[in-house]
Design a binder for this molecule. Sequence first.
Ligand code: NAI
Length: 334
Amino acid sequence: MPENVRVGIVGLGRLGRRHAENLAFRIAGAQLVAAASPIEAERAWAAAALNGVTTYPGLDELLAHPGLDAVWLVTPTSLHADQVIVSITAGKHVFCEKPLALEPSDCDRAVAVAAGHPRQVLMVGFMRRFDPAYAEAKRRIEAGELGKVFAIRCVSEDPVDPEGFFVRFAPTSGGIFLDCCIHDIDLVRWMLNRAEAASVAAVGSRLMYPALGACGDVDTASANVAFKGGQMATFYVSRTSHRGYEASMRIVGDKGALDLGAGIPRLPLTLESDGGRSTAGQVDFFERFGQAFLDEAQAFVKAIQCGKPTPISLEDAREATRLACAMRDALKLG
Ligand code: NAI
């Protein structure tokens, strides 16, 4: 039960930097001791910005850092499964960003290795479970306030993307269902107490960003899932939101319904002009889920310190990938 959990982070890109700063300065009981990236400029940033961490070009070198307790993976998704396996085998606790892998068979490999290391804490980064609104919805479902939940509708939208980020990101992200919808898939399974899917249908469009077609991705998609217990869920995901970033959910039961997350403004400020009214939307997921990223990191460190399993198992992550792949395949097969 280490007083301070010594963490090494791998991946210092768009999200890795944020996790690195959180682990270095904002998470009680965490000590960020090492950071790895194959990109020199990122290592230089880490050496200057992260309180004297030791930098490495990759995971293998980082794993040899003396006294390392845990590895924090924020690397391209296509690398996750192998890096999780190497880190578990090296005896480390592992946090891995979502999704665990791009194919169920790769998740199975990681789950099988994890089974042989039951004392190590393993967690996948479905940080929305730590967001106060989703967590409160789950609490109210558990308390019976909605009765029997039978329908969930989710929306997750990234802002329009004139810089072409998602076109560059798509070849390693797995596409919109594995990269974006996977959050809602995990949340729906959580809200429905791990309900098992019976069938999946999906449609998609790339009329706004046709270049996504090079790797079979789309910019807007929707999927319907029927569960074996008779519940249903509808998922809408896009990279084409004109009002900014948004993640919302409507949960319906036989006693009541809950709506969460829609229309959260950037600031509590409404501008009136030209006979109309406007509020600024949220810029990105950092703005919407900044606190959730902190709370998930704190939960991981606490689980290591207390020797307890984390709330998000590799099995949950495997099932999320399985469902996202079914959506991807349903879209492809029409
Ligand atoms: P990115 O492309 O900005 O950064 C990836 C970083 O990984 C690179 O900058 C580099 O530092 C590192 N890297 C690249 N190749 C490597 C290799 N061979 N070995 C070791 N490190 C290597 O990607 P981004 O947006 O930071 O995403 C990283 C992961 O985080 C993805 O799996 C993505 O799905 C996940 N993510 C999760 C989010 C969430 O809402 N929880 C939001 C954004 C990303």
